[in-house]
Write a protein that binds this ligand. Sequence first.
Ligand code: AMP
Length: 194
Amino acid sequence: MLNIVIFGPPGSGKGTQSLKIAEKYNLIHISTGDIFREELANNTTLGQQARGYMDAGNLVPDELVIAMLESKVDKSLALEPAGFIFDGFPRTIMQAEALEKMLQRKNSFIKGVLALEVEDAELIKRIMGRGKDSGRADDVDEKIIKNRIKVYKSETAPVAGFYEMYGKLKIIRGKGSVEDIFKQLCESIDEYQQ
Ligand code: AMP
């Protein structure tokens, strides 16, 4: 299976690029943020548990995220996919370790991690722009956006080091046109497949 993680701060373009990658390589796109928003919209117990954290721009506790992800992967495996693209997960070292173990149990692994790098000022500008039509409460308030970036730096950025240690990290500059960045991402993915 071709399992890829797309990594980067909020607003770095992970969602846009993952959809394109999923389509091109026939992968199942798993965005934990999208799943939580869907749970929230359906007012499920999980959605209610996640709401406070999401509204404040904090991370949902690892146990909740990991259990949800595993159940989503299990359901998707029934479709015998070519692989997965994980978007917005893992966001902590604990999630990264859990993902490794979970894939190992399924005789699989992460082929590579593609990290998008974008400066803070650009991230804030992009998220505020997206907030105008996304309807996402956490995309509108500058204080919440700044907290999401702060949480990314303290809790999520170390995950890049985790994958670098295993020689799996590839850094790509997330500035430029969507197509340009997509091309660079595809070049890295094609290298995995050689
Ligand atoms: P996103 O759409 O990826 O920016 O995620 C939106 C929000 O969902 C985040 O600010 C977190 O509150 C929550 N969330 C999404 N993915 C995770 C994750 N892997 N771990 C913890 N919280 C998450």
